[in-house]
Design a protein around this ligand. Structure first.
Ligand SMILES: NC(=O)c1ccc[n+]([C@@H]2O[C@H](COP(=O)([O-])OP(=O)(O)OC[C@H]3O[C@@H](n4cnc5c(N)ncnc54)[C@H](OP(=O)(O)O)[C@@H]3O)[C@@H](O)[C@H]2O)c1
Length: 329
């Protein structure tokens, strides 16, 4: 009697087939959960190693000169100083002769014993593609260029809708963020191919990476999406030729572009960012070198819908502030 009662209460009226199905679903969910957890733990372990423990590449192995665009301010300038402290000679590219001279004399003062500095004046908003390539090829002729940093970039002065972007701003943005990257790269890649050594760092942006849209900075985010794709494709094309191509996709950095103040946990200074940046050059074809940016990017990606909603609200507020300031100029 009691032997008969056990299966009845265990099955609780459920058919054996349904029990098997339930067991199968539970086991599948457990395996999938385990695989997903293991993958995330592995990704976290890999990222921690890369961010904090991995030995940076000796950038001089690529060649003794680095070309840096956007070297007169912000990230490009900070990277130039970081590269000089690694012992690389520099070709600084900028549009403003006074700022170029100031940056190069500061570099010579600090690293004059160990590094050489050359400058190239080029306004990417005004030059045509072939002119940019010719200027780069001319300036680097005979130099052992191992590294190119495509650091020049611009965003709208303040957030705005697409129809509010005037022709001049539109052309400048496409010229600096998109055209220049392609034609500057064309100007140096032949030299790298000849020696089968080199690295290219393209400064992309999180705006095209973690959130599925970045409204009111549409052109900016779209040019950066181009840069990310350009870098991924180029990386595959040239890896076997000894050229490491990478796109870094930072979030906010305290520079003239953002007009934000540095807050180490959220917004690094250009110097803090560039220190992290050089540690990653030559490794993954896409990365986010500053640790708290990587964490913020992870959260943005996980909360995409909320994040895009928030970006739109924030940008609309930025637009109102920008318009207000503009009115008082
Ligand atoms: N700051 C951020 O939060 C952030 C986040 C993600 C990605 N990024 C990217 O990082 C890169 C550097 O940004 P940043 O924040 O350092 O900006 P920044 O402080 O405004 O510096 C931009 C640099 O690009 C140069 N540049 C601008 N227009 C140019 C033109 N027409 N021709 C030649 N050079 C020109 C600037 O020259 P002048 O000195 O003459 O102005 C300056 O050297 C950009 O590609 C940007 O998109 C920045």
């Amino acid at each position: 009697m009691s032997a008969l009662a056990v299966p009845k209460s265990r099955h609780n009226g459920t058919s054996p087939r349904a029990m098997v199905l339930a067991d199968f679903l539970i086991a599948t969910a457990a395996v999938l959960g385990f695989v997903s957890l293991s993958r995330n733990l592995l990704a976290f372990a890999r990222w921690s190693h890369a961010a904090f423990l991995r030995k940076p590449k000796d950038l001089r192995d690529y060649g003794s000169w680095a070309v840096v665009t956007g070297a007169t301010d912000g990230v490009g300038k900070a990277l130039a100083f970081e590269l000089a402290s690694e012992g690389l000679n520099l070709v600084l590219v900028g549009r403003n002769p006074g700022k170029l001279e100031a940056a190069s004399s500061e570099l010579r003062k600090r690293h004059g014993e160990t590094v050489e500095v050359k400058t190239v004046i080029a306004d990417f908003a005004k030059l045509r593609g072939e002119e940019i390539t010719a200027a780069m090829a001319g300036a680097t002729e005979g130099l052992d260029v191992g590294l190119l940093v495509n650091g020049a970039g611009m965003a709208y002065p303040y957030a705005r809708y697409f129809h509010e972007v005037d022709r001049e701003l539109m052309e400048s943005m496409l010229g600096v963020n998109l055209n220049a990257v392609v034609w500057v790269t064309k100007g140096v890649i032949d030299g790298m191919l000849k020696k089968k050594r080199g690295a290219i760092l393209n400064m992309g942006s999180a705006s095209s990476m973690y959130a599925s849209a970045y409204p009111l900075q549409t052109l900016y985010a779209s040019t950066k999406a181009f840069m990310a794709m350009f870098s991924r494709c180029m990386s595959l094309e040239y890896k076997e030729q000894g050229i490491d191509i990478q796109c870094q996709v930072p979030l906010f950095i305290a520079t003239k572009m953002t007009m934000l103040r540095s807050r180490p946990m959220l917004v690094p200074s250009a110097k803090m960012f560039s220190r992290a940046s050089v540690r990653w050059i030559g490794y993954e074809c896409q990365c986010n070198p500053y640790w708290s940016h990587a964490v913020q990017g992870f959260v943005m990606h996980a909360l995409d819908a909320i994040c895009v909603w928030y970006i739109k609200r924030y940008m609309e507020w930025m637009r109102r502030e920008g318009l207000e300031q503009h009115r008082h100029l």
